[in-house]
Design a protein around this ligand. Structure first.
Ligand code: GRF
Length: 209
């Protein structure tokens, strides 16, 4: 099967990007990352891309009059490289409707909670884990889902639970959830590249061989 051409959007450290790079190199994922775009100039993920010799560009949002124009630039760059799958790996900008329509059912996002809990516009990064601890939850986790027109509402692909301990801090919980994120993001991208994900309305069926 031909390798899926993957585009990755990042905003920060890029640990999710790194796990994709590593698992592609190991042959676990039948894909090839053709372009990485960051909306933050200082995103460490750009360094990771350089080390892996993958084309990566910083596109400055302030050069565009609004999110729609910014996303048109993203689409232009991804189209140039025939990208077939977009992965949001710690990407903190909300995608425009136009972008979602252009890449419908081909955008995967990783979120650090068990959606539909603790998700949506104000829930990202450490805020998610603080809300979980403040609420007194016993279980949290990570979710990989397809992106639709709203925030964190697309069909769920995979989830992985993570136990919350009484002595957890935001940092200790974030660390364990990040491990779960890495597991299910790799698995979801692998399944996509193998053509094993079937979307039926709100449900994603995994086609076993
Ligand atoms: C992770 O918690 C991810 O779920 C969220 O951004 C955080 C940083 O991810 N979307 P990364 O280390 O930049 O991949």
């Amino acid at each position: 099967m031909a390798q899926t051409k993957i585009g990755v959007l990042i905003s920060g450290g890029g640990t999710n990007l790194q796990i994709l790079i590593d698992n592609i190199k190991k042959g676990y994922i039948n894909g090839s990352i053709k372009l990485i775009i960051s909306n933050k100039e200082d995103a460490f993920g750009l360094e990771r891309a350089k080390k892996a010799d993958i084309e990566a560009i910083y596109i400055n949002p302030t050069l565009y009059k609004n999110a729609v124009d910014y996303d048109r630039k993203l689409i232009e760059e991804f189209k140039k490289r025939d990208i077939e799958l977009i992965v949001l790996a710690g990407y903190l900008k909300i995608l425009s409707r136009e972008f979602v329509v252009e890449y419908r059912d081909r955008i995967i996002n990783i979120h650090p909670s068990l959606i539909p809990s603790f998700c949506g516009k104000s829930f990202y990064g450490k805020r998610v884990h603080k809300a979980v601890l403040d609420y007194g939850c016993k279980i949290t986790g990570a979710t990989v889902h397809f992106v639709d027109e709203n925030t964190d509402t697309g069909p769920v692909i995979l989830q992985e639970p993570v136990k919350v301990y009484d002595d957890d801090t935001v940092e200790s919980l974030q660390k364990r959830v990040l491990e779960a994120e890495h597991n299910i993001l790799s698995k979801a991208v692998k399944l996509f590249c193998e053509g094993k994900l079937k979307i039926e309305g709100r449900h994603v069926k995994i086609i076993e061989e």
